[in-house]
Design a binder for this molecule. Structure first.
Ligand SMILES: [Fe+2]
Length: 188
């Protein structure tokens, strides 16, 4: 018997997903919790960031995340359910790591690079989750839910690309020694 099977024996039988729809709903609760946690976390990241492009990206993403919460409520509605969150341990861990990075760095390019790294971990988690949920919605023939989930998936992918661009443009090079400016690199 593998570890997963051993653990499942200890799980409350009522909480076990019996079919794909159960997994789908469970995943929706998980990401609903995660998005709401991010609505609280993004302002902290905004306050800690110094790069203007990064601050703007975080501010825009906060507005987008609030819309994504409402969009998830519409997904639940389309299934005839009331929106409900379930503690997402993954996002809690990613947020905790991000908070550690912010507390262990000084304000400036190095902390900004750390904020981007944390932000991209969040995005990749969300891309994986929304991708899976969209696939489940397609299999379950939940067309309204599928359209809503694909819209958010597209936004998360764009946010991830934007963070990569901000990091590549000059932030990571500035963070190499904590103060090097990209214009200095051009002079080399
Ligand atoms: Fe999101």
């Amino acid at each position: 018997m593998d570890t997963a099977n051993k653990k499942s024996k200890k799980t409350d039988a009522a909480a076990v997903a019996k079919n794909l729809r159960d997994f789908f709903v469970d995943g929706l609760k998980d990401i609903y919790y995660a998005e709401k946690a991010l609505v609280k976390t993004l302002p902290v990241m905004f306050d800690n960031a110094t790069d203007q492009k990064l601050k703007t990206a975080i501010k825009d993403h906060l507005a987008q995340t609030s819309e994504q919460v409402v969009r998830l409520e519409k997904v639940f509605e389309s299934l005839g359910m009331k929106a409900e969150g379930k503690k997402c341990h993954a996002i809690e861990g990613i947020i905790k790591e991000g908070n550690e990075i912010m507390s262990e760095t000084e304000s400036g390019p190095v902390r900004d690079a750390g904020i981007i790294a944390s932000g991209q971990k969040v995005e990749h988690y969300e891309i994986a989750t929304y991708g899976t949920l969209a696939a489940f919605a397609k299999t379950l023939n939940e067309r309204t839910a599928l359209d809503l989930l694909l819209k958010t998936l597209g936004e998360e992918k764009k946010s991830d690309c934007l963070l990569t661009t901000i990091a590549d443009t000059n932030l990571n090079s500035q963070a190499v020694d904590g103060k090097l400016q990209s214009k200095d690199l051009n002079a080399v």
